[in-house]
Structures are given as C-alpha cells and as structure tokens.
Design a protein around this ligand. Structure first.
Ligand code: NAD
Length: 285
C-alpha cells in the first residue's frame, strides 16, 4: 500500500502520520485547521530528530528525517483523499463531526477505499451504517505515541468483511505493527477497562482520598505500570476521556460509567492534559 489518508492532525493523527511516513507510506494528512497541520509537522520534525539522537529502535527510525517529511502531504482539502487507498479517520470524538467526515469521505474516495475509524468509544457499526460501503469500514484503535506502540486494537463491526480486516492487518504489518482483532462493542476491550479505571482514579482525587501524584505513584511503584492512570489520561487528552466515558454511560445505560464531576470541571476550565500544559498534572510547554 503506497498512499494512506490520515484525517485529523491532532494528538493521535500526527503520530499516526509520522509512523506511516517512517515506514515508507505517502501520507495525505488532512485537517480543517491550518494551525493543527503546522503544529503537527513541527512536532513530527522534532520527534524524528529526537528519535535519531536517541538511536530509537521503532520501525523506520533509521530513515533520514527529510525523506520522511517529504512523504507527508498536509492539506485542508478533503478531496485530496481520493488518491488514498486506505484512510484512517482521527477527528474529534464527536458523533456529529465524525458522521459529517464520513459523508465527505464516501463521496470523494473510490468505492474500493477502506476507511478505518480511530476512535476511543464511538461504535464502528454505527459509523459503517452511515456510509455506502459498510463492508469496507472497521475500527483501528492506535495508542499514543503511535510510533512507539507495536500493537493496535482492530475492531470488526457487524458489516466488516474478512477482506477489509485482512487489508488492515497488512497495512499494520507494513508499519511494523501487529493487530489484535476484537468485535465491536462500546469502548472495545481497551477503553472499556481503561476509561472506567481513569474515571475511578479521578473520583479518588475528587473525594480527597489522595492527590493525583499519590494515585499515580501507587500504580507505577506497586503494580509496575509505566505510567499512572491520571498521567495516561493527561497524555490522551481529558476532553477525549470525558467524551469516551459519556459514550460508555449512554450506550450501556450503567451508572458505573457516570463521569466524575472533577473530570468535567477540568475540561470546562480548559485543562485538557499535556496538550494544554495542565490536566491532573502540570507540564512545561
Ligand atoms: P484532538 O482534539 O487532539 O485532534 C482532533 C483533530 O481533528 C483536530 O486537529 C481538529 O482540528 C481535527 N478536525 C476536526 N474536525 C475535522 C474535520 N471535519 N476534518 C478534518 N479534521 C478535523 O483529538 P485526538 O486526541 O487526536 O483524538 C482524535 C480521535 O482519535 C478521537 O476519536 C479519539 O477518541 C481517538 N483516539 C485518541 C487517542 C489519544 O490518545 N488521544 C488514542 C486513540 C484514539
């Protein structure tokens, strides 16, 4: 596969574009905001230089920085995605925005193009049913930071064909990654467990049982986790976490997924985690 479309150049889309370009793919990177594209390219350049300096072992880390950057075609025009054989959508976790993007993709891309939704909790079957090619829609849940994560959760929706799953696994193999195939269900496997744990960790801080640093340290020191729950939430983005918990709450109708008021308050305040410099923890920008 030569040309891959990446829609959305935010936290996860930029890492995905970088990982694809590092492994020899031409990437059409689309965002509605010029600023997001500029930030994405600047961050990718920084990450590539840093990875070379540290002698990183991730797939494609040996590629010259300029060669990787030349493979990226940033644009605000969704119509340029017609050149892509495979498109991964990474726009904000909002049903109305996502559904409008699939309407556009369906009209500009050739019939055989596969669309993968990189979403935290939106049901893939619901996305597929919006399009005229539901058999060519699946979920691909990449983890952040994409170039460093060797495994991707691949979600088979009700309509997804075997050929579509195989195409996605082939793309991942070309990126030096492995896919674990699971069936469609709100939050899939990873986020159904992760979001519940993050929300409960937020409740501990909200109730004054412990501060964020202590909650995280218990998991890093006692359980050997590389990062604490709340640090992970900051890395993902608290707006994405909140929307995901809301989707789980709405889809299962189970009060165990009720969002912690502190999470809502941090998002209302604009404290979205690493991307805004402050979330449960504070970061240097
Ligand atoms: P983000 O807010 O950082 O980035 C979203 C980007 O989408 C923004 O740059 C925005 O300008 C762009 N966008 C909005 N509408 C658009 C449109 N119509 N066309 C093109 N671009 C548009 O969000 P994020 O954290 O990167 O998450 C994106 C998606 O990936 C979400 O569905 C999220 O659940 C999922 N996801 C995120 C992570 C993570 O760690 N952040 C991991 C896996 C999956």
């Amino acid at each position: 596969m030569r040309t891959v479309g990446v829609v959305g150049a935010g936290t996860i889309g930029r890492g995905l574009a970088q990982s694809l370009a590092m492994t020899g793919h031409e990437v059409v990177l689309v965002d509605i905001a010029e600023e997001a594209l500029d930030d994405a390219l600047a961050q990718i350049r920084r990450d590539l230089r840093f990875a070379r300096m540290l002698g990183a072992q991730s797939a494609g880390a040996h590629e010259p920085v300029d060669t990787v950057l030349e493979r990226l075609r940033p644009t605000t025009d969704h119509a340029e995605l017609k050149a892509a054989e495979f498109v991964v959508e990474n726009v904000v976790e909002d049903w109305d925005v996502k559904s409008e993007v699939y309407r556009i993709l369906d009209s500009v891309c050739p019939e055989e193009t596969v669309f993968a939704a990189n979403t935290s909790c939106v049901p893939i079957t619901r996305i597929g049913a919006q399009t005229r090619r539901p058999d060519r829609i699946l979920g691909m849940h990449f983890m952040n930071p994409v170039p460093l994560k060797p495994v991707v959760e691949v979600i088979r929706a009700v309509h997804t064909s075997d050929a579509t799953v195989e195409t996605a696994l082939r793309l991942l193999s070309g990126m030096g990654k492995e896919g674990i195939v699971v069936n469609d269900s709100p939050g899939f496997v990873s986020n159904r467990v992760m979001m519940l744990a993050v929300n409960e960790a937020a409740y501990l801080v909200y109730e004054g049982v412990a501060d964020a640093a202590s909650v995280d340290r218990i998991f890093t020191t006692c359980f050997g986790h590389r990062m604490g729950m709340l640090e992970t939430a900051d890395l993902i983005g608290l707006d994405t976490i909140l929307r995901s918990i809301e989707v789980l709450h709405e889809r299962f109708g189970d009060s165990k997924y009720r969002p912690c008021p502190l999470l809502r308050q941090l998002v209302d305040a604009g404290y979205l985690g690493r991307k805004s410099g402050r979330g449960f923890h504070t970061y240097e920008q």
